[in-house]
Design a protein around this ligand. Structure first.
Ligand SMILES: [Zn+2]
Length: 93
C-alpha cells in the first residue's frame, strides 16, 4: 500500500486490472444457491468493500471468507455486470 490519502490513491484501480474475478454458482445444503466470487487475491483491493457493493447491487445477503465473496442466491449475471462496471476482468463459470 502507499502513503496517499484514500481519495487520491489508485492502488486499487491498478490492482483491479491485474485480477480476474471468477464467478460461479454452487448449490449448498438444503438446495440453497450461492454465488461465489473468487480470484481477487491482491490485498490492495478491499474485499469487504467490494462485497458490500455486490450485496447492494444484488439486494442479497452475503459473506466474505478469506478472499472469496459469497452471495446468497443466483446472482451470476448481476455480479458479472457490477464487477465489470467496477473495472474487473470477469470470468463466469
Ligand atoms: Zn495507494
Amino acid at each position: 500500500m502507499c502513503a496517499l490519502p484514500d481519495d487520491l490513491c489508485i492502488c486499487q484501480e491498478i490492482a483491479k486490472e491485474q485480477q480476474k474475478a471468477v464467478i460461479s454458482v454452487v448449490r449448498r445444503r438444503y438446495g440453497k444457491m450461492v454465488t461465489t466470487v473468487e480470484g481477487i487475491e491482491d490485498t490492495a483491493i478491499d474485499i469487504g468493500q467490494l462485497a458490500k457493493i455486490l450485496k447492494g447491487a444484488c439486494a442479497s445477503g452475503g459473506t466474505v471468507k478469506g478472499r472469496t465473496i459469497e452471495l446468497q442466491g443466483d446472482h451470476k449475471k448481476k455480479a458479472a455486470r457490477v464487477l465489470e462496471q467496477n473495472g474487473y476482468q470477469v470470468e463466469v463459470r
